[in-house]
Design a protein. Sequence first.
Length: 72
Amino acid sequence: MFGYQGGESGETVARKRGYMAEARQRWPFLTRFDVTTIHNEQQLATMVRDRSGRSKADADEEVHTWMEGKTF
């Protein structure tokens, strides 16, 4: 999700790096390694739930709201 996939434009890479930094600010318990291993919204929501103790519904909603309008 946040990781670089070969052949992406510099603009896409910069956008993903910005999203990565934004996610780490919003959820400070996410490490740089964590965000490079997350491939989709559900994995991010699961990590947020596991690390923060939120319910599945709350974590899913929080991540979904954060992802609105973002292009990965």
